[in-house]
Ligand binder design. Structure first.
Ligand SMILES: Nc1ncnc2c1ncn2[C@@H]1O[C@H](COP(=O)(O)OP(=O)(O)OP(=O)(O)O)[C@@H](O)[C@H]1O
Ligand SMILES: Nc1ncnc2c1ncn2[C@@H]1O[C@H](COP(=O)(O)OP(=O)(O)OP(=O)(O)O)[C@@H](O)[C@H]1O
Length: 449
């Protein structure tokens, strides 16, 4: 038995992933008490998700690997709590929103968790209905899960977690896909829960978001955890040089849309994009940004309208034909990494090995070129998916929320690679809820409703 006043106490915890020789986290000590909001920060690939998995017992019970040290929950070792008891104590949000949804329909997903707690049917209905309202999902009540946008999926998962009242919430980047209103909503809810005595431990890179609300920030670096001294350093974002003043007439039109629509929704605003242009698709969760990117890539075929690339009408062309002109980095990197190693992921497009190496270095992936892509951290996977697209030198690059969860240094590397791409005349069309990115890239903005 340990001191029971801490909800969670971690003593000298180290963990080595299955198949690895070096530990990913080493001699970690931390505590989480009732009524505290604690942040875990650190570079991409530093071990944050690994640590969270150790706290919940997911690692090593479900992942394999070697753990030493102890995790105490209410004074008893986490391994002595049954899964049922653990899930009563802990509400866990994993980083990949798609791995945690069990049913195929929004309302079913909400009531599924509550039914597992044997609550009376009337109470389940009331709790699920108020969660829908709170997370602005009333219109989506009867939608299937695959109709939801990433932000809506994240809202749904948070709604499921917060309808229950676990003693602690362990959240891996819960703000990642939320729009501005969603971020504010979640912040307020978490503060309220903390005031009621619940404890929250969450992973987030944008410390400025939580500067005023959190009790402590632990920083993880090279596998070691330390308390971040306050005051917090303010991240400096360099502003881009204003774009050179070239007349639009001088530049060739690369991509053009007219009256493009999908699924009975009103048409999207028309686009006319020139070589070197950077366009940000902006709008709230579920307004159709990903849908528009899929239409531009040929992955979805429009109900009405026309898509022209380099002067050619490609509206009815196959996705294979369109993909020769265009690269698409998807919102979920797990959907587009297929090779057996990081190196093979970028060399499979038959590029010069030296060119591939240069790109991997520019994206800070040189140290893991022999690793399996699915053994990377989420942020590393996103940089790799970007590298695998850029190495083919497409004319157009579509990016769907790929900058989420990057630490400032990694984000800087991604933005540099993208600036190099557009300087050579490449067109960049991207989505992002992060206002800092727009400051750096200075894109044209297409607002969707
Ligand atoms: N204008 C629209 N055109 C097509 N589908 C739309 C539109 N508006 C909403 N939808 C519906 O919303 C769903 C999710 O939209 P989408 O994934 O494109 O949103 P998003 O803007 O990318 O959201 P997020 O910011 O959460 O990633 C689509 O599957 C579709 O059912
Ligand atoms: N299943 C695995 N097998 C081997 N190595 C792994 C595995 N999962 C993660 N790693 C490695 O452990 C390190 C830490 O990964 P982790 O996902 O914990 O990082 P993170 O700090 O959460 O990163 P991000 O902010 O990018 O999500 C990375 O170098 C990653 O390559």
């Amino acid at each position: 038995m340990e001191n029971t006043s801490s909800l969670l106490k971690v003593v000298d915890l180290s963990f080595t992933h299955l198949g690895q020789t070096q530990p990913t986290i080493q001699n970690v000590n931390l505590t989480l008490n009732p009524g505290e909001l604690v942040v875990l920060a650190g570079g991409t690939g530093s071990g944050k998700s690994t640590l969270l998995n150790c706290l919940t017992g997911i690692a090593p019970e479900h992942t394999g690997g070697k753990l030493s040290g102890q995790v105490f929950c209410r004074g008893e070792e986490i391994t002595s709590w049954s899964i049922r008891m653990r899930s009563q104590l802990m509400g866990i949000l994993l980083q990949n929103v798609e791995t945690q949804i069990f049913t195929d329909q929004v309302w079913e997903e909400l009531v599924f968790g509550l039914e597992n707690w044997n609550l009376p049917p009337g109470e389940i209905q009331d709790l699920a209905q108020s969660a829908l309202t709170e997370f602005d999902l009333v219109q989506q009540r009867d939608w299937t899960i695959h109709q939801l946008s990433a932000g809506q999926k994240q809202r749904l998962l948070l709604a499921c977690l917060l309808t229950r009242q676990p003693d602690m919430l362990l959240l891996d980047e819960p703000f990642a896909f939320l729009d501005t209103a969603g971020v504010q909503l979640l912040l307020e809810l978490l503060k309220k829960r903390v005031a009621q005595g619940q404890a929250v431990l969450l992973i987030e890179h944008r410390l400025e978001l939580l500067r005023e609300s959190c009790d402590r920030i632990y920083k993880i670096e090279s596998g070691q955890v330390s308390l971040l001294a306050s005051p917090l350093p303010v991240p400096t974002q360099t502003r881009a040089e204003p774009p050179p003043h070239t007349s639009k007439k001088d530049k060739p039109v690369v991509l053009k849309t007219e009256n493009l629509s999908w699924g009975g929704y009103p048409p999207f605003p028309d686009l006319q994009v020139m070589a070197g242009d950077i366009v940000l698709l902006k709008g709230e969760n579920g307004c159709g940004k990903t849908t528009l990117l899929k239409l531009l890539s040929g992955l979805l075929k429009p109900s009405t309208g026309q898509l022209e690339i380099l002067g050619r009408d490609v509206t009815r062309q196959s996705v294979v034909t369109i993909s020769r002109l265009l690269g698409f980095v998807l919102q979920n990197p797990n959907h587009q990494l297929f090779a057996e190693s990081v190196e093979a992921e970028v060399t499979q497009s038959r590029v010069e090995p030296e060119q591939a190496k240069r790109l991997l270095k520019a994206l800070n992936l040189s140290h893991c070129i022999q690793k399996h892509p699915h053994a990377l951290s989420q942020g590393q996977k996103r940089r790799l998916a970007l590298g695998a697209v850029l190495v083919r030198e497409p004319k157009i690059c579509l990016l769907d929320e790929i900058m989420v969860g990057q630490d400032p240094a990694s984000l800087g590397l991604m933005l540099e690679a993208l600036k190099t791409f557009t300087k050579k005349g490449g067109v960049l069309i991207f989505t992002s809820h992060d206002p800092g990115i727009a400051t750096v890239l200075q894109p044209q903005v297409l607002l969707l409703h």
